[in-house]
Design a binder for this molecule. Structure first.
Ligand code: A2P
Length: 275
């Protein structure tokens, strides 16, 4: 039997919103939800899209007939054929309230030009690289810890990730596991990468804000490394505005100077996406 004929109204309601010119429209490949606040997704990578590990891009969705964009750190490394993002879910967030519902096959928009300061080029040469993150601030470091260049430039890479509770650390644990089991990265990374997860709102082996653990020396004692030294240590920071400020103050107190793309320095910072 033939399907009933569709009315013009029905067809119009089903028609996809027009994708704006000059942006990429990519296909969602996988979505994984970690908690009611966090999820990650992977999508196709446009053939001509180049970025440096640690950079961010503007990611968007059509909401009604208008595109809504937010800055998202690219969590996959520069060599990956796909793009990965790690996102918060804000119940009434203009983008994330919609983005959290995406499924494989859906379309996600991306503006063409990536940018950002959490890149290896913005740091002067050093021996030990600290990556300080809270919440989704781990995303740019998920990219950098999977990039061989990070291990060419540094003898030791320390990734700290602080979340409210243990469930929110899972993305980070999965990443480390992936690297340890990766065909090429496992050998290249060896024991250069140290993961230091901490939580603030429930019991865990490492408890407390990273800023407190730096100030009281516990971070360095646990890792078996000396206190921060501008001669050898470099830093990258990604988290909330308050976390950036407090961590930056501690690095500056230790004598490290902030850098940028134009003027490489001893540490760099970027605000983690919210909204
Ligand atoms: P806390 O639980 O003490 O607020 P959020 O999910 O709100 O973005 O927070 C992520 C993590 O960042 C939490 O563990 C939180 O600790 C921590 N945090 C919040 N503010 C700061 C700050 N100013 N310095 C360091 N860590 C912070």
């Amino acid at each position: 039997m033939n399907a009933p004929a569709k009315t013009d109204d029905f067809v119009a309601a089903q028609a996809p919103a027009k994708i704006p010119d000059g942006v990429y429209a990519e296909t969602v490949l996988a979505v994984e939800h970690y908690t009611d606040r966090l999820f990650r997704f992977r999508m196709t990578r446009p053939a001509g899209f180049r970025f440096r590990s640690g950079e961010f891009a503007m990611i968007g969705l059509m909401v009604g007939d208008k595109p809504v964009y937010r800055a998202y750190s690219i969590a996959s490394p520069a060599w990956d054929e796909e793009l990965e993002f790690f996102s918060i879910k804000v119940p009434d967030g203009p983008l994330t309230s919609h983005l959290q519902a995406i499924k494989p096959g859906d379309t996600v928009l991306m503006r063409k030009k990536p940018t950002g300061t959490l890149v290896l080029d913005a740091l002067t040469p050093g021996k030990r690289l600290y990556m300080f993150s809270t919440g989704t601030g781990i995303a740019p470091f998920a990219s950098l810890i999977r990039d061989p260049e990070t291990y060419e430039k540094f003898d030791e890479v320390i990734l700290t990730h602080t979340c409210r509770d243990v469930a929110e650390l899972k993305y980070g644990f999965d990443l480390i596991e992936e690297i340890r089991n990766h065909e090429f990265l496992a050998e290249l990374v060896g024991d250069k990468l140290k993961h230091y997860p901490t939580v603030t709102r429930e019991e865990f082996s490492h408890k407390g804000r990273i800023t407190d653990l730096m100030a009281n020396g516990k971070l360095f004692a646990d890792l078996g490394v000396p206190a921060l030294d501008p001669a050898v240590d470099r830093g990258m920071i990604c988290g909330s505005t308050a976390m950036l400020k407090d961590t930056k103050d501690l690095l500056e107190k230790a004598g490290l100077v902030e850098g940028s793309n134009n003027k490489p320095g001893e540490f760099v910072i970027e605000r983690a996406f919210v909204g």
